[in-house]
Design a protein around this ligand. Structure first.
Ligand code: DX5
Ligand code: ZN
Length: 220
């Protein structure tokens, strides 16, 4: 799948883990194609979420057109790329702060047949995006680890700088505190992929919430 289109990418972190596939299918039936999977190891970030087995189970239970966007909040991600690729990830995004071997890991991701993503925490300068080739640049708009946090506005300028650095063709994803209002601001700054967890799955009507964000960011 080309990454050039705009997408709202629901984060399953805020979904009901006992009914993951059902929750995701409901949003896919509304037109969503990209599903954001947050992997946390209890080291890089304090919480532990899930690993390749859950990604594989989702892959099995979802239609082929589902694009699994796997955000690895784990230390030394190079040791786990092969497992997540085998589990059916379409894209794997690693943290710049999580390994000294960023370029190696991004190459490993592409060699495994996946789209490569690099992500920076709010306190990390974006210069690293000028040093490596990526299919997707992810700008954290909260500190990684938890859903439901408030959007950090200083990251809007970072989005603008990364868009200027990478040109129009690379997907720029934002993650954290995204709702229709903050999503629209990120779109204006140059973002094209919009992760939304609590704003979708904690809403009384997740499908309506998905549409509302998609319209606000120009994804539908
Ligand atoms: C946080 C995760 C996010 C999280 C976003 O570390 O990377 O993907 O699910 O949650 P919201 O959209 O609720 O801020
Ligand atoms: Zn995420």
């Amino acid at each position: 799948m080309p990454l050039t289109q705009r997408h709202v990418t629901p984060s399953i972190l805020s979904a009901d883990f006992a009914k993951l596939a059902v929750a995701v299918r409901e949003i896919m039936d509304a037109g969503c194609r990209v599903i954001h999977c947050d992997v946390m190891d209890g080291h890089f970030v304090p919480p532990i979420t899930f690993g390749p087995m859950v990604v594989a189970a989702l892959r099995e239970s979802l239609p082929d057109e589902a694009y699994l966007d796997v955000h690895l909040m784990i230390e030394r991600p190079e040791r786990h790329v092969a497992e997540f690729a085998k589990a059916g990830a379409d894209g794997i995004t690693i943290h710049f702060e999580a390994t000294p071997h960023v370029e190696f890991t991004l190459s490993e991701i592409r060699d495994a047949g996946c789209k490569s993503g690099l992500v920076v925490c709010p306190g990390t300068p974006p210069d690293c995006f000028a040093e490596v080739d990526v299919d997707l640049a992810l700008i954290m708009t909260v500190n990684p680890g938890w859903g439901g946090q408030s959007f950090i506005r200083s990251q809007l300028d970072k989005i603008r700088r990364v868009r200027a650095m990478l040109g129009p063709d690379v997907a720029i994803e934002v993650d954290g505190g995204v709702n229709p209002a903050t999503g629209a601001e990120c779109a204006e700054a140059g973002a094209t992929w919009f992760v939304a967890g609590s704003a979708i799955f904690n809403a009384p009507d997740p499908v309506a919430a998905y549409h509302e964000i998609a319209v606000a960011v120009g994804a539908e």
